[in-house]
Write a protein that binds this ligand. Structure first.
Ligand code: HEC
Ligand SMILES: [Cu+2]
Length: 325
């Protein structure tokens, strides 16, 4: 099952995700264009150097005046080539950086020098991530210290993991196997050792793996405990709007009206900011009495709180994300 999968040319890692071929196609297209023009230009230089070499001392060449045909051609051809490169890049980017809504969500917290992952069912892993094949996976990532970058060459995807915010990355692995995971952002002394393995498993094997690993609490359960007991959020945020703070039921994905008239979508980032910097975005109709929890919660606890608030219900995002499907 977990065979080592290396490709025989070390330059080209295995192609193991649904969009790996798109990235490769674009790359080979760029290489082909570069090779074509390099050869053309070098060959022309040599040809002209020989063909128009000096045969007679002090002879000057015939004057050439403008040619509309020539100028149009050498404008149009590069334009078309540049546009195909732009379009190819835009399509690949669009596919890679718009996670599908039905993806399985895994939380990732980077730290000097390790990757901590948590499955929606609660299982935790360090520097290893087991995922089912042919399944859309979305990673919601942040870091406890400095900038890192989550990079899986075989999936042809990577994304910066930035302190103070969430970034996402998604993929659908297409081949069971064991693939390298790297940190692709220089992050200090042991940066080169900050990596691990992604294990892509058949769905039944993944289920078996999940069952065989202790799942402490799911992120949402851990968040509930923090919310109700440890951090006392529930003393202000209740199931209805009777509390001193707004109810958080059904908040995720909803449009929130702020006291300054702005409207924002309650996504992961917004919830995170509401906890760390409540004064930054005050909900309309409420007093700015929520204390900041900055310094009191770790990134993993924040992730748990976000997961809990998400589990309180979501609103359709159709009004804001019409272009995404
Ligand atoms: C002292 C009461 C109080 C406590 C404790 C409190 N909050 Fe709040 N919270 C508020 C108030 C009031 C608002 C609305 C005003 C604002 O945006 O700051 C709010 C806003 C929010 C929002 C934005 C809600 C929306 O509708 O957009 C979130 C999310 C939130 N709080 C989460 C939490 C979490 C998580 C905790 C615990 C870690 C917590 N709060 C603790 C009073 C509180
Ligand atoms: Cu790193």
């Amino acid at each position: 099952m977990q065979q080592q999968s290396y490709s025989w040319v070390p330059l080209f890692p295995e192609r193991a995700s649904s969009f790996a071929w798109e990235v490769d196609a674009l790359y080979f297209y760029l290489v082909a264009i570069s090779v074509f023009f390099t050869v053309l230009i070098v060959a022309t230089i040599f040809y002209f150097a020989i063909r128009y070499r000096e045969k007679e001392k002090f002879k000057s060449g015939a004057e050439i005046h403008g040619s509309l045909l020539l100028e149009t051609t050498w404008t149009a051809i590069p334009f078309v080539i540049a546009m195909t490169i732009f379009l190819g890049g835009a399509i690949v980017y669009y596919n890679q950086y718009r996670p599908p809504k039905d993806a399985m969500e895994i939380y990732v917290v980077g730290k000097q020098w390790m990757w901590k992952m948590q499955h929606p069912t609660g299982q935790r892993e360090i520097n290893e991530l087991h995922v089912p094949v042919n399944t859309k996976i979305k990673l919601i990532m942040t870091t406890e210290d400095v900038l890192h970058d989550f990079y899986i060459p075989a999936f042809r995807t990577k994304a910066d993991v930035v302190p103070g915010r969430y970034t996402t990355l998604w993929f659908e692995a297409t081949k069971p196997g064991k693939y390298h995971l790297y940190c692709a952002e220089y992050c200090g002394l042991n940066h080169s050792g900050m990596g691990g393995w992604i294990y892509v498993m058949e769905k039944e094997d993944y289920e078996r793996w999940l069952a065989g690993n202790v799942s402490n609490q799911t992120p949402a359960e851990a968040g509930k405990e923090l919310f109700e007991a440890k951090l006392g959020c529930a003393s202000c945020h209740q199931q209805n709007d009777q509390g001193r703070g707004p109810t958080l039921v059904g908040l995720f994905g909803k449009e929130v009206k702020l006291a300054n008239g702005q409207k924002v979508i309650a996504n992961e980032e917004y919830i995170r900011n509401s906890i760390l910097n409540p004064q930054g975005q005050i909900v309309e109709g409420y007093q700015p009495i929520m204390p900041t929890f900055k310094g009191q919660v770790t990134e993993e606890q924040l992730v748990a709180l976000v997961a809990y608030i998400k589990s309180l219900g979501t609103q359709p995002q159709s009004n804001t994300m019409t272009a995404s499907n």
